[in-house]
Design a protein around this ligand. Structure first.
Ligand code: APR
Length: 250
């Protein structure tokens, strides 16, 4: 099926689906200049995830972990949502029963206007206490490489899920329930390698959903996809939403 045919087919499916879910990964933010993790130039090609995105890494060198996250926060704060983010935000606005689940921690979906985003891996622009888990919304002075909780004096850390940590229970429960009720599941910009997020499209598929993958490269999910669009999400998602609007907005 050519890309235009795939786009038309996806729009036909959008028009008849009652529950639509998208799971996004780092690829959706790539066109905003934010590095992915497993691409050849990705973060894990340059940095050791166990040193920088794990409890042990933080315990052994909190300053190094904190300054790495501040480096990433600065990139995120200077980044802008791209056309893929904005197209997904329109899914909300075109009163589809659409839910957005993301593995990304950069907040760009929200900055593009998406609502009720389920952040499976937390948020890099939010901090919490390593000991008591209290959220610390206040501005953390980034030059202070160590910051302490105002409630229990524990160390402050980024509110993101590190390797070996459990995902936030409310978010993963909600995501799994949505996946089991979805008619049309989009996997967008993710290598589909990290669990339990990677199980969500499989749960959907098992419950009879149509699975769409938007990714320039094949992934281990590709063989299960009913439709694959091998384009960057910043190109594919606007094509889909524009074709959809032609059909619904007379
Ligand atoms: N549009 C769509 N997909 C893209 C684009 C793009 N412009 N650019 C790259 N991709 C694809 C890549 O082909 C790859 O399959 O995005 C995917 C990114 O994969 P990863 O780097 O593994 O990122 P992700 O799937 O989000 O990783 C999941 O792993 O390290 C943890 O917590 C981290 O949330 C992250 C999780």
């Amino acid at each position: 099926m050519t890309t235009p045919e795939s786009i038309k087919k996806i729009v036909e499916l959008l028009l008849v689906s009652n529950n639509i879910t998208a799971l996004t990964g780092a690829g959706v933010s790539a066109e905003s200049g934010i590095a992915t993790f497993r691409d050849p130039e990705g973060l894990w090609a340059k940095f050791d995830p166990l040193e920088l995105a794990s409890i042990d890494g933080f315990m052994s060198n909190p300053e190094r972990v904190w300054s790495w996250y501040q480096y990433r926060v600065n990139i995120v704060n200077n980044a802008k949502p791209n056309k893929g983010h904005y197209a997904l935000a329109e899914f909300n606005k075109l009163n589809m029963n659409f839910n957005l689940i993301t593995q990304n921690v950069d907040g760009l979906h929200q900055r593009a206007g998406s609502e009720n985003v389920i952040e499976l891996h937390g948020s890099i622009i939010r901090n919490k206490c390593f000991s008591c888990n209290e959220i610390h919304e206040e501005e953390i002075l980034s030059e202070n490489l160590l910051n302490y909780c105002k409630y229990c004096n524990g160390l402050i850390r980024p509110d993101v899920v590190w390797f070996g940590e459990m995902l936030p229970e409310r978010e993963i429960d909600k995501a799994q329930k949505l996946a089991s009720k979805t008619d049309l599941f989009f996997s967008i910009g993710t290598s589909a390698e990290v669990h339990p997020a990677a199980e969500l499209p499989i749960i959907s598929k098992r419950e009879g959903a149509v699975l769409i993958e938007i990714n320039p490269l094949k992934t281990q999910l590709s063989e299960f996809a009913d439709i694959r669009i091998a384009l960057p999400s910043g190109e594919a998602m606007p094509l889909i939403i524009e074709e959809y609007k032609k059909r619904v907005i007379k």
